[in-house]
Design a protein around this ligand. Structure first.
Ligand SMILES: [Cu+2]
Length: 239
């Protein structure tokens, strides 16, 4: 089972997963069933001599090939669309569109390091490089129903920021900036993991994303609490 989807656009990723896993299972079962049937039907004890012609039944197997081609095409189109939708469209364009639709957004900078995540906030003024900027270790706090734009990089080696509940996973790369975005639609606390083997303590590179109601978030960003347990107990989030 997939983790609960709390991203406004996460259903697109789920669709790709369902098509690839579901279609793969169906095609796999059918193909194996045909192979087993052939092994049984054309067993040596019943067919001591090689067949001179392809039996009519075998000719029908070509339909499986057509089914696979169609399945591959559907998968290619949906996954390319999802990839383009989330990762190829320029982030500035997505921001612009969000503003035009009357949506609000927050920006957070992310640095992956052995073996923790740093989330850098622009503070109450929403601008980076000012005196109210602050950092959180392994805690990402975001407001509900806001677009969240993450600008990411790595301080050492490859890492990958993975937040399963918003269907988002993307590498952080040393010397390069990567961008991701999502729109969380449910309050609560959600797991963050590193999804790229990055060293001996890779398994411990975890964090928590806390999604708050807008009012709580505004209150929090004025006087940020840095520790996830304190934030959780203060605002009482359920899992
Ligand atoms: Cu890592």
């Amino acid at each position: 089972m997939l983790p609960v989807n709390i991203s406004a656009d996460g259903h697109l990723i789920d669709l790709v997963l369902k098509i690839s896993i579901g279609g793969g299972i169906v095609i796999g079962i059918v193909s194996f069933a045909i192979v087993l049937y052939m092994i049984f039907k054309f067993r040596r004890s019943k067919n001591p001599f090689p067949l001179q012609d392809v039996p009519p039944l075998l000719k029908k197997v070509i339909y499986i090939d057509f089914a696979m081609i169609i399945f591959d095409l559907v998968l290619l189109v949906t996954s390319s669309y999802a990839w383009a939708y989330f990762y190829i469209r320029p982030i500035d364009k997505i921001k612009k569109e969000a503003l035009q639709k009357g949506e609000k957004y927050v920006e957070v900078n992310v640095i992956g390091r052995q073996f923790f995540w740093t989330f850098i906030y622009p503070g109450e003024d929403g601008k980076f490089g000012t005196s109210d900027d602050f950092k959180l270790a392994n805690v990402l706090v975001v407001p509900k129903n806001y677009y969240v734009f993450l600008k990411m990089t790595s301080g050492d080696t490859l890492h990958s920021l993975f937040i399963p509940n918003v269907r988002m996973k993307y590498d952080t790369i040393p010397g390069r900036t990567t961008y991701v975005w999502f729109k969380p639609t449910a309050e609560g606390q959600y797991d963050i993991a590193c999804a790229e083997l990055c060293g001996s303590m890779h398994y411990s590179m975890k964090g928590i994303m806390i999604v708050m109601e807008e009012e709580k978030y505004k209150e929090w960003i004025k006087n940020p609490i840095y520790n996830s347990e304190d934030i959780i107990s203060m605002y009482e989030f359920k899992r």
